[in-house]
Design a protein around this ligand. Sequence first.
Ligand code: PEP
Length: 248
Amino acid sequence: MHTKLVAGNWKMNGLSGDLVEIERLKDGMDAADCEVLVCPPATLIARMHDMAIGSELLIGAQDCHAALSGAHTGDLSAAMLADAGASHVILGHSERRADHGETDALVRTKAQTALDRGLTVIVCVGETEAERDEQRTLDVIGAQLSGSLPDGCLAAHTVIAYEPVWAIGTGRTPTLEQIAEVHGFLRRTLSERFGNEGQEMRLLYGGSVKPGNAAEISALSDVDGALVGGASLKADEFLQIIRAFSDQ
Ligand code: PEP
């Protein structure tokens, strides 16, 4: 049994006025029997980090640059994010793969840089609807996994998120059998490559997780938490998901 991790990805949402949700989250988190992480836009990391002091709430980032520092206007390094208070960074989210042309090789370099700077990485993989229809889901995910993870990853600092692209923000989710199949495949593949560390790495499911489906997803073996987009923006809804994952 792994300690579950419920991570919220705020994406490009959140202004100063939304910090009230973090107060509400902290107030409702007492009974949480899992780790809780919020990844806001970079502009809010430092303030959320300060608000989280004295609580169990973890704060993370949504991306980092592959280089340590240098002439990369508008980008943020892993060291800057850690300096602002991030403990985790999401990498290879399908929106970055699609919007910014991020390849597995780039995600792997980013992951190495982030790990070297002491961040825990949440590396995202997932198939498009066309790839699932063509019955290529496991091939696609296997290639993403092997291409996006550096050698020597340790369970303490590496989390994998399975996010079917077609389930993100759509209200559609795979069947429980489909989620279980992919998570079982992830576990086997990670164990073959990383041995015991691969057994221990946490595997999150992401894609339209809501209060209404969180409990049944959490009950699946090899589901060690969730990556939550839209439903993480409001503390009330996010807390219901956190409770569902705490009850398992
Ligand atoms: C995500 O983008 O990581 C995500 C899971 O989004 P949503 O929960 O809104 O589908």
